[in-house]
Design a protein around this ligand. Structure first.
Ligand code: GTQ
Length: 348
């Protein structure tokens, strides 16, 4: 460095120090790491294998009860975002264990939650006075600011994945939380009334939406699976994702949860998907089948109940084993990106 440049650099440094005490900083020093040509996510590709997750969950079950923990959950932290309680930059994921006889007490919060059932049967979620019993592959919604509690009157441990928009709500500083007066809410509505009312392309005539979240909060796997099987028989297959459905709010066709896009896809055995990328970092949860997802330079091998994460704008492609079809649930922040004209995708 010649002396004139060095002197200039020193003068600039002094200037930055002077303005710092007035809570200012020069943009030109950070502009190019702030406004980048393509997404620059700290999120890394990763897979959480079920055998490992379940082992740690059962050990957690010996250390603390669901009541004491309020929610006995092991958070899936992205390896590029350790200490930040999130699986992508914008979304949270955790695995929740509820043992026979346990109750996870009622509370409500601004954050929206989804449950995707991985293991066991016999537990329920109660949402706003309605109770649904959950089975593997079911997708359940806890809308923003609705009281919810979970219980397991059955005889098996139950595990599901919790997906929440915690980092989005945190970004906006819009979080509220309240504990329920009772541990378990009185459920006064007949079990499965929700599916009867909203799960048949119909709605009660007097229904008026009170929120942007779907009034249907239980999407049983049996129906989703059947729909995908029928698509496989009669529809064209997509080169990148096979047969893919998006969960919708049945009264307006919009996203089931306003901040979190949710999907289920079937990829037939021996499927070799073409590469695809989109700006919504995506969490995949495997229901059936085995295969691998190649994300950038990482090869993520997967089987049932594994959880995978694919970061924003990293090309990824699926390859499915020749033994059986694969069925994979996924969620991302796509609705938020689309609401603000930010979402992009690219094929090939
Ligand atoms: O079940 O309400 O994994 O409030 C994290 C926060 C689950 C829940 C989580 C929560 C819940």
């Amino acid at each position: 460095m010649d002396t004139a440049v060095a002197a200039n650099t020193a003068v600039r440094k002094q200037f930055y120090e002077k303005i710092s005490s007035d809570q200012m900083t020069p943009l030109w020093e950070v502009l190019h790491s702030l406004v980048t040509p393509v997404p620059k996510t700290p999120c890394l590709p990763h897979v959480w294998k079920w055998d490992t997750s379940y082992k740690w969950l059962l050990e957690a079950g010996t250390l603390i009860s669901a009541q004491e923990a309020e929610r006995r959950v092991l958070v899936l932290e992205n390896p590029g975002l350790r200490g930040q309680t999130r699986i992508t930059h914008s979304l949270y994921a955790g695995l929740q264990l509820i043992l026979p006889g346990e109750i996870a007490p009622a509370h409500r919060h601004s954050q929206s939650a989804l449950r995707f059932i991985l293991h066991g049967s016999g537990a329920y979620t109660a949402v706003n006075g309605e109770k649904v019993f959950m089975n593997v592959g079911d997708f359940v919604i806890t809308p923003s600011w609705t009281f919810h509690d979970h219980g397991n009157p059955g005889d098996q441990p139950m595990v599901w994945l919790d997906g929440l928009d915690v980092p989005i709500v945190e970004l906006l500083d819009a979080q509220f939380m309240e504990k329920g007066e009772e541990e378990s809410q009185e459920t006064h509505i007949e079990v499965n009334a929700n599916l009867a009312e909203f799960g048949n392309s119909m709605k009660p005539v007097e229904y008026r939406p009170r929120s942007k979240t779907s009034p249907l909060f239980w999407y049983p796997y049996s129906r989703t699976r059947e729909a995908l099987e029928t698509m496989k028989q009669h529809s064209d297959m997509h080169d990148c994702w096979g047969f893919k459905l998006q969960y919708t709010n049945p009264v307006n066709g919009d996203w089931a949860i306003p901040t979190i896009g949710t999907f289920m896809q079937l990829m037939p055995k021996s499927f070799k998907g073409k590469p695809y990328r989109s700006t919504d970092s995506t969490v995949y949860v495997v229901v059936e089948g085995n295969g691998m997802c190649v994300v950038g330079d990482s090869v993520l091998e997967f089987g049932p109940k594994d959880v995978l994460v694919c970061p924003s704008w990293m090309p990824h492609k699926f390859e499915i084993s020749d033994r059986s079809d694969a069925v994979v649930f996924s969620y991302s922040d796509r609705p938020v990106q689309q609401a603000f004209d930010l979402w992009r995708e690219q094929f090939g």
